[in-house]
Ligand binder design. Structure first.
Ligand code: PLP
Length: 417
């Protein structure tokens, strides 16, 4: 009992320290006070922000040999270095470091191993035809990383600083970024709680690190449409849950359903939600459906709304933005709305189904051929021998065009200088 009260007090202290950090730094920006009656707040305001100017770099003395492009397997091989920054509740962010890629050494009681204090991001660096390195909408990844971290009581950070650090890291690893279209350097920013304690409370220390893996095209020989199993016996995310955050804890529980779908010959799960059987996401991608409206016959591109059960994909947001800009003038309706499996099956039965595709950083788009639902098969508009519909194909071309700098003025592509 005493123990749990002291734990509670400990966590309340930390929480109020953090609250004071924000409120005091806000008020000190507005007016400089002569004195403070909040002694804690005065101390807490010394917590250091993440500062990319404090970066130190230790280069490897044993550079790795580059793999031939065709041997690259997603997430298997990593570059020479890693970027890491430690955080403590008493000091804030310590000086960022780039060091040779190396193992972490953590006490077996470290909180990440017991209570899953872990969140991550997935983004890529691209090389354009003139040799510049480019990031794609990194501000979106940083915003989401901060939201994920805050949700599990890990620290937040200044987004511009981390983008700056990631930029310097990418430049150091430049030789690992293959130039051909479809190739890139996959970046994995990760945050873990590092406090050594079995007590359940906010971690008093954390480690933010970024590792990088050169990757080839998701579809080396062109699109290959996937088949899905509509999954109703397991739920990926629910209202009030954390399915909209990129927490490691969301992914492990999806592997057994994925193996079950695979054992029946399907590539991925189509996660359904609720008695209505709303379609939510496919595997670890957002889902888009293109169909003809039952009443008006208008073409409609649909994806699920961000109601807390949907991961806020950067690709999802980009597909929506481009569709509103480039498909609406062609007469398309672009909507974020709930759509049931029944509505999908009905569109397919009535010949109104145009196409279905997943959207995510790894593949950009991933066309869907069919969905198995309650023992029947819903065909998704691809004729035999066709691996992608026109919208999926055009979206991939549009988004990759921006990622590889072919629209030089497009603000989504951030050139490192
Ligand atoms: C990462 C992820 C996505 C895609 O997000 P992008 O930012 O487009 O890569 C979609 N759904 C889930 C569950 C994810 O984890």
């Amino acid at each position: 009992m005493n123990q749990s009260i002291s734990l509670l007090r400990q966590s309340l202290n930390t929480a109020s320290r953090r609250f004071h950090t924000t409120s005091s730094s806000l008020s000190s920006q507005r007016c400089r006070r002569q004195y403070s009656i909040h002694v804690d707040a005065a101390n807490a305001s010394k917590l250091a922000e993440l500062d990319s100017r404090k970066l130190s770099i230790t280069k490897t003395t044993t550079p790795k040999e580059l793999l031939p492009a065709e041997e690259l397997v997603f997430g298997r091989n990593f570059t020479d270095h890693m970027l890491s920054v430690e955080w403590t509740a008493s000091e804030g962010w310590l000086a960022p470091r780039i060091t040779p890629y190396q193992n972490l050494s953590l006490d077996p009681a470290t909180c990440v191993f017991h209570y899953a204090f872990e969140c991550f991001e997935g983004m890529k660096a691209y090389k354009d035809t003139t040799g510049n390195i480019r990031l794609f909408r990194p501000d979106k990844n940083m915003e989401r990383f901060n939201k994920s971290s805050a949700r599990i009581a890990l620290p937040t950070f200044n987004s511009e600083s981390l983008i700056d650090l990631i930029g310097q890291f990418c430049k150091l690893e430049e030789r690992f970024i293959p130039s051909p279209r479809g190739y890139s350097l996959y970046l994995r920013p990760t945050m873990i709680g590092t406090q050594r304690t079995l007590g359940v409370g906010p971690p008093g220390s954390a480690l933010l690190y970024v590792i990088a893996s050169p990757v080839g095209p998701y579809y080396p020989t062109g699109f290959k449409a996937v088949s899905l199993e509509a999954t109703d016996y397991a739920v990926r995310a629910w209202p009030g849950g954390v399915g909209d955050k990129k927490l490691g804890a969301n992914y492990a529980p999806c592997i057994v359903p994925q193996m079950e779908a695979a054992s029946r010959g399907f590539h991925q799960n189509l996660w359904l939600f609720g008695e209505e059987e709303y379609i939510t996401e496919v595997g670890t991608m957002n889902l888009f459906v293109a169909l003809k409206d039952k009443k008006t016959g208008q073409n409609e591109l649909i994806t699920a709304p961000l109601d807390g059960t949907i991961l806020e994909g950067v690709t999802r947001d980009s597909v929506l933005g481009i569709a509103r800009e480039r498909l609406e003038p062609e007469g398309w309706k672009v909507t974020e709305r709930k759509c049931t499996m029944k509505e999908l099956a009905e569109a397919a039965d009535e010949g109104r189904m145009l196409e279905v595709f997943g959207a995510g950083t790894a593949a950009v788009v991933s066309p869907v051929r069919k969905i198995s639902w309650k023992g029947s098969t819903v065909e998704c508009g691809l004729s035999e021998g066709t691996e992608a519909g026109p919208i999926a194909q055009r979206m991939k071309d549009w988004i990759e065009g921006i990622q590889y700098g072919e629209e030089p003025e497009n603000p989504w592509s951030v050139k490192l200088n």
